[in-house]
Design a protein around this ligand. Sequence first.
Ligand SMILES: Cc1ncc(COP(=O)(O)O)c(C=O)c1O
Length: 410
Amino acid sequence: MSETTAPHPTLPAIELVRSQFPGLHDDDAALDGAAGTKVPQAVIDAVSGAMVSAMANTHGVFAASHQTDQVVTAARQALADLLGGDPGGVILGPNMTTLTFHMADTLAREWRAGDEIVVSSLDHDANVRPWVLAAERAGASVRFAEVDPQTGELPTEAIAAVLSDRTRLVAVTAASNLIGTKPDIPAITALAHQAGALTYIDGVHATAHGPVDVAALGADFYACSTYKFYGPHTGCVIAAPELLERLTPAKLLPSPTAVPDRFERGTPAFELLAGVSAAVDWLAGLAERTGSPGTRRERLRESFEAIEAHTQSLLARLLEGLRATEKAELIGSPRRRASTVAFTVGGQHPQRVAEHLASRGVSVWHGDNYAVELVRRLGLERSGGVVRASIVLYNTQAEIDRLLEAVAEL
Ligand SMILES: Cc1ncc(COP(=O)(O)O)c(C=O)c1O
């Protein structure tokens, strides 16, 4: 390597990474990360540390309340560093689905009959149904951008085909939780903005798989769930504070009127927010580097580049192995994808396949994984959907091989 080339950040030895996750066990190949990852000890310590400290409700005049205020502020800052946005635009909530229903209700207050909303058949239902139901109530119509069922791609042209000057919102995923497809979000948001529409990007699956920059994506709103990237079960939506200032969510009379607090309902799970900051810090400290430490955002970028390199190499091994078994039929062949693979096995019901894998110590999900429109579009609704294997940072080559051996037995 030339001396002028910056060394590529790498992950520590996989055994060292895994040793930090008490929930990982060698007899269980946890290839179910897309449904929620295990958490490192640092996150567990932060959550329990918050619960044993003198935490109180927020916005009081006494020390314990100030401490909780700081936990909330820190979580907003951590997520802003992770996603590349403004902490003043980080809306915290229980999960992405709840937040998206809330944002849909809020945005739909301004929709009228004749307005149009664009959703996609690539998306998890949490980025479809809230918009469909809100549009119905407002008298707006919904247009579906359709996935190519052969390739599993959502081409930018599929969005262009359903955009018009009446489009108010384009809701689309940054990565499919079923087949991994990563649509060209900057191109899609540019088109949406030209048409005068806002964009709501589902980052729940994408955030675990690589560096995120909401500005570069052109996301007016970007939603994600911290339990998909080694944190506790919470969610967030990030947007520019100026955009949030223009919106009026339904809220209790005495609850805060300022942005972003006015979008948050009820009392948050403060102890979990302590865990969110710990997860982001843990991720920022993950990659091994030889240069200067840099800001937390810079360190996060390096860690996610290292995570991506590791998971993409395991993905290549999995895809190659599944092709080689000649037993599995891979669903879709997207060019840009997260390390998530859907397949079926020779007419066998996906649940039966998942049960066999479980008997061999391999945990995978089966069914539609809530990507109901995609499973319909792929024609797999009646046959029980797919088997989904999802690779995250703590997975190993040996786990991929165990899955391949178990598939070969079927
Ligand atoms: C791509 C995607 N979007 C949205 C969701 C819903 O997220 P939450 O469980 O935080 O409501 C999920 C959950 O699996 C998902 O994978």
